[in-house]
Design a protein around this ligand. Sequence first.
Ligand SMILES: [Zn+2]
Length: 71
Amino acid sequence: MDEDLKPCPFCAGSASVNYVPFSRMYGEYRVICRQCGVMTEASADKPEVMKMWNRRADDETVLSVASLHGE
Ligand SMILES: [Zn+2]
């Protein structure tokens, strides 16, 4: 459960925090919409990416749409 994440500003889908480990000691979090795939930038700080997502959910003009194309 990823509590305290606002719905996606584009599709109103639910978002989740994903953790990508680069090594045993280091990895990065990012919040990704489960429905349309928009995501925040990555950070090693989980509360930071959650804040980033919620801030962007309040202001959709700054949300990256890069992930909507490609991949
Ligand atoms: Zn979405």
